[in-house]
Design a protein around this ligand. Structure first.
Ligand SMILES: [Ca+2]
Ligand SMILES: [Ca+2]
Length: 406
């Protein structure tokens, strides 16, 4: 309507607008010691708890998406005792508390747009776990960057009988996990209901859903650039490429499971994706797709744990259909290192992969059509002829054992 207007706005006025916007943004630094007269008020939205108080003792305040709440000092637990919106929750190594607590179901909203960095930032050097017990509402394009050396969990777990845990994540927009381990808690009264698009990216980025936990309300879950999804819970769909991996439990020795990851919609393993399953004395990791389809592709990496000494038939995948396709590569290695990794062979492309894992003395057979792994102890086949006999023996055993071993 006034095309000339933009040319006539004085530059000074524009800079004043910019100045007023930036001067509004603030970092509120949690005080190590409770201020005199504050009583027991430890509220995240109580102004007097911060080093930059702008009002009276114990008065609630209303930060915006332009503001950072920084917990990096002291051993006073912060409690979300009122609903409110901030731009970033920053937790540093100087904060001697594990939990950000919640009262009366108050929700902490983290909204993008006003702070350049991550919406949730665990600072480098933090070694203790961080538990966000308050329910968190993500709005806009939010990033979680865990630069610490331990995981950050959302949701205070209940138990199977009484799923009354508080917290969890909700909201919409996009959610990017760019660093470290993010754990979603289990048996929550409100569940995790986040509905936006989720991306896990970066070689040390892990999204873990605890056993009994469910996270399947998002619009998409993309795992790329060496990042992984793990745990023992339930996801919706997942799309893995560019080294993105699915890894039930975790990988390696103690703490590696066995665990089952369930997908209620779709698991799409692209040609550059990776599935890592541990085979342990206590059982094997497995992947279960309950609805939709599972598309096989990329590498299936089997890790035969040093504690494994048996043999048998194991259901690694359930939910496969005739259209699920095949992996591009199937390898087996020990849990300790990759030196002895071998690649199984499927020269005729029928989804039946076979090989001999000499360093552990196992005949290995994996069927991508059924999801069954067959491990047969074959200590020392010295000659090719004996190897052929062993392979035949393996198939005989497989056919005989399938029913009883499952
Ligand atoms: Ca595992
Ligand atoms: Ca084959």
């Amino acid at each position: 309507m006034y095309p000339h207007f933009k040319h006539t706005v004085p530059a000074l006025a524009l800079s004043l607008i910019a100045l007023s916007t930036s001067s509004r943004a603030a970092t509120y630094n949690w005080l190590a010691t409770r201020p005199a007269g504050l009583g027991t008020g430890e509220g995240l939205f109580n102004r007097a708890n911060y080093a930059t108080p702008e009002g009276g003792v114990n008065s609630a305040f209303t930060p915006t998406s332009a503001d950072v709440i920084s917990l990096n000092t002291g051993a006073r637990a912060a409690t979300v005792n009122a609903a409110g919106t901030i731009g970033q929750l920053s937790i540093g190594s100087g904060y001697g508390v594990t939990n950000v607590n919640q009262t009366n179901g108050n929700i902490l909203t983290i909204q993008s747009g006003g702070v350049a960095d991550a919406g949730v930032q665990i600072q480098s050097g933090r070694t203790g776990n961080t538990n966000i017990h308050a329910r968190v509402n993500f709005q806009g394009d939010v990033t979680i960057a865990n630069n610490g050396d331990s995981r950050v969990r959302f949701g205070n777990p209940g138990d199977l009988a009484t799923p009354t845990g508080n917290g969890g994540i909700q909201g919409s927009g996009t959610l990017a996990i760019t660093k470290g381990t993010v754990l979603l808690g289990e048996y929550l009264a409100g569940g995790h209901t986040y509905s936006g698009a989720v991306t896990v990216t970066g070689s040390n980025s892990v999204l873990q859903v605890a056993g009994g936990g469910v996270f399947n309300t998002y619009s998409s879950l993309t795992v790329v650039a060496g990042a992984s999804i793990t745990g023992g819970g339930t996801f919706g769909s997942a799309d893995l490429s560019d080294g993105g991996r699915v890894s039930p439990g975790a990988e390696g020795g103690f703490g590696a499971g066995p665990n089952t990851l369930t997908f209620t919609n779709l698991l799409n393993l692209q040609a550059t994706g990776l599935a890592v399953l541990d085979i342990r004395a206590a059982g094997t990791d497995s992947i279960n797709v309950t609805a939709g389809t599972i598309n096989l592709g990329g590498e299936l990496r089997l890790r035969l744990n040093s504690d494994y000494a048996g043999e048998g038939v194991y259901q690694l995948f359930t939910g496969l259909t005739p259209s699920s396709g095949n992996f591009d590569t199937v390898t087996i290695q020990t849990d300790a290192n990759t030196v002895s990794a071998i690649t199984l062979e499927d020269d005729n492309g029928d989804g039946q992969w076979d090989g001999y894992f000499a360093s552990r003395g196992y005949g290995v057979s994996f069927d991508a059509n059924t999801g069954l792994l067959n491990l047969t102890s074959i200590p020392e086949p010295h000659t090719f002829g004996l190897s052929l006999i062993a392979t035949g023996f393996l198939f005989l055993r497989r056919g005989r054992r399938q029913t009883s071993a499952l």
